[in-house]
Design a protein around this ligand. Sequence first.
Ligand SMILES: C[S@@+](CC[C@H](N)C(=O)[O-])C[C@H]1O[C@@H](n2cnc3c(N)ncnc32)[C@H](O)[C@@H]1O
Length: 263
Amino acid sequence: MIIKKEWRILTVGDGDLSFSYSLYKHHQPRNMTATVYDSLETMTNKYADNAYLKLVDNDVSLLFGFDVTDESSWSTLAKQQFDVVIFQFPLLPAFRSFDEYKGHGEAVSINTLNRALLRTFLKNAFRYFLDPNGEQLCFITSKDVKPYREWNIENALHQHTNIHFQGSSLFDINHFPDYKVRNVDRDKHVRDTQGRTYVWSLQENHSLKMELDAAVYQDADCCTICRAGPFTTSLDNNEHNASKKHQQMMQFEAQWLAKITAE
Ligand SMILES: C[S@@+](CC[C@H](N)C(=O)[O-])C[C@H]1O[C@@H](n2cnc3c(N)ncnc32)[C@H](O)[C@@H]1O
């Protein structure tokens, strides 16, 4: 992850505030506001070992109950004041009941709902959180394993918007001492599988783009949605297209397209 000291940073969806604290302590951005989806009480009950007091001691602005999809939950946030908004390892919380899940519509999968969370994050970040005269950057760090690799992060989230994908860089957790990647609903650390930080901007070619790796599996001999290939023969390609995995990814893509077309 590329971090520059002159940036004003907003973190979204921190679990136990250990990422925000590590960012603050080891990268010293010009200004930082950290936000947590849960209330302070829920976060403290969920993660006994959290970085709340360390951030309070350093006068870092904190907001709890911050749902990136719900404008009413960020009413006290200073709007359009940030250069970069960061969401680390986003994932929907578990549904409390089957009815809550079904409330999202008959034909909607968890895959679509996770993509929708990230799309809403990007749209709201550019519209409400980022300074139009600032750096205008949005970061999402995620992993190249299931279910995250099934979200088609590099192509799907910003489809039919004026937001442009810039590329990605390795997320090296060693650059963030004290950061524990948290499980969404439990007091557990997530295995340290390698992450990547994906970057978007309203500019088609932000200056940061030169420091990032281009999207992968985009060539004609690859399957972009499955992140597979390159296929060396058309037989390989056809076999892949007939595979169960590919068929399922095609369904996810169709569902996603239907959802964003209906927006
Ligand atoms: C896998 S956890 C990662 C937690 C933390 N970012 C980390 O890296 O340790 C996924 C996080 O996404 C957050 N999240 C899910 N939906 C959200 C929403 N609508 N607004 C803000 N955060 C959300 C959850 O609260 C949870 O903390």
